[in-house]
Design a binder for this molecule. Structure first.
Ligand code: ZN
Length: 458
């Protein structure tokens, strides 16, 4: 594996977690870590009152980038890094001559450009109006659409020739397609070996053998995998939209967060029930009297009915995460119906409730699947924050991934189960600190239906 081979002449300290001790002030903490109070505030937007921090709460201490160098951390994307450092994606890309934004890898050192301002993005009816400071690269990164696709859609011959006020047609998102024509596959953010094997319809064992993979969790973004045999590409069916595009097109069906930046937080857990970790998690939630939402797999409810029952008994919401966890972008309409109704039936048999909320496995959704789910009367729940706990299985990294982006009314994605080799111990530990931290800052934990004002059950 390449991942062990990157060695750097010095180590820049990564973003880290500070656990507040009694009597500490933000100023003291900043001094101790050699950063400014402002830098801490930027990294911890969930702080509601800058003068009030509490013992045991967690603060994320930003990366100190010595000599203007930033080392790419687990869970990083160029967009995340740009937010951490308060500089634009475009500036980082140009400073480091990055041509493919997906080719970041953990441990990579990036030159940090000098500060420029950020702007927010809005797309109306698939049209984007160019703002000051925009480049094609920046727009493509913010919208999750490739530069090539935007250029083609708008017949731009020169990618630098966009002007403020120009209306760009935003093409269908193409970042999620897997029409790999060669026998190589470049690992994308969010990929797991399981996901790749599903998307490419290649058995996971074949991928492991072909690439001499010893640890299936050690994939990194930008890694090139050899794909054995031929890759089955997706049929050129309906256009592919990004999740946020779909959420705008179907605002009553697909949700990524609550409205505005209020004081509510919905903790969500996927892939259970798991006989080891789900009970541990339920213990933590019970101790702090926090309700959560569990997106369970039908096949696992069948195996662990008592745990599913406990989820409901203890005041949590149970919701549908399909029977065998297929990527819904690749299933037929009849398979979709089977996945949903079989899971709903076992949940009802075990707990007595019929689910009205679902989360698509991998967050994978397209227009066809979304309309199918809408016709089955499901609310489709995505997320606004990904803890990336399936990959970054360390407490501090999970805290950094989960807390840094919080603005309020967020839906945070965690997992209480995973593949056979995965542990969820760090998730269980991290949840307790997330609860303590956010409660100390006045946040209220709610189930997803409460956050969104929809019904959990039918
Ligand atoms: Zn899942």
């Amino acid at each position: 594996m390449l991942v062990g081979l990157f060695i750097f002449p010095y180590t820049a300290s990564a973003a880290q977690v500070h656990r507040v001790a009694p009597g500490e002030s933000l100023f003291m903490i900043a001094q101790r870590h050699g950063v400014t109070v402002n830098a801490i505030l930027t990294q911890n937007k969930y702080l509601r009152n800058h003068n009030t921090i509490f013992p045991k709460q967690v603060l994320i201490i930003p990366q100190t980038h010595n000599n203007g160098i930033y080392i790419v951390q687990p869970g990083d994307t160029l967009f995340k890094i740009s937010e951490k450092l308060g500089v634009t994606v475009e500036a980082i890309a140009s400073e480091n001559q990055i041509t493919n934004i997906n080719n970041l890898f953990v441990g990579q050192s990036l030159k940090v450009p000098t500060n420029t301002s950020q702007t927010n993005t809005t797309v109306t009816n698939n049209t984007y109006t160019v703002k000051a400071g925009d480049s094609l690269f920046k727009i493509s990164q913010q919208l999750g659409v490739s530069m090539e696709a935007i250029a083609k859609e708008n017949q731009l011959s020169n990618w630098n020739n966009i002007f403020v006020g120009q209306n760009l047609k935003i093409p269908n998102n193409d970042t999620n397609q897997t029409q790999t024509v060669s026998d190589e596959y470049v690992v994308k953010p969010g990929d797991t070996l399981f996901k790749i094997s599903q998307d490419l319809a290649v058995p996971m064992n074949d991928l492991v053998k072909e690439n001499n993979i010893t640890n299936v969790n050690l994939l990194f973004v930008g890694q090139v995998l050899n794909i054995p045999n031929k890759v089955v590409s997706q049929p050129p069916s309906s256009p592919q939209h990004s999740v946020s595009q779909l959420a705008r097109m179907y605002p009553d069906t697909l949700f990524m967060k609550g409205t505005g930046n209020g004081n509510k937080i919905a903790l969500t857990f996927d892939d259970g029930p798991n006989p080891t970790y789900t009970p541990q998690l339920l213990d933590v939630l019970k101790r702090h009297n926090v309700p959560a939402t569990f997106f369970v797999m039908g096949s696992r409810v069948e195996r662990h009915p008592a745990i599913a029952q406990r989820i409901v008994n203890e005041g949590h919401v149970i919701a549908n995460h399909t029977w065998i966890h297929p990527n819904l972008r690749n299933v037929s309409q009849s398979q979709l119906v089977t996945e949903m109704t079989e899971t709903e039936n076992i949940i009802q048999k075990v707990t007595g409730v019929r689910t009205a909320l679902m989360r698509p496995p991998y967050g994978g959704i397209n227009q066809q699947a979304l309309e199918g789910l809408r016709d089955l009367n499901y609310k489709v729940i995505h997320w606004s924050i990904d803890s990336v706990d399936w990959r970054d299985q360390e407490v501090d990294t999970i805290l950094i991934n989960s807390l840094s982006p919080i603005l309020g009314n967020d839906i945070i994605l965690f997992h209480d189960a995973g593949g056979d080799e995965q542990t969820r111990g760090a998730t269980v530990e991290g949840i307790e600190e997330i609860i303590i931290t956010l409660r100390s800052q006045g946040y209220e934990f709610v189930t997803v239906d409460n956050l969104l004002g929809v019904k959990a059950y039918r």
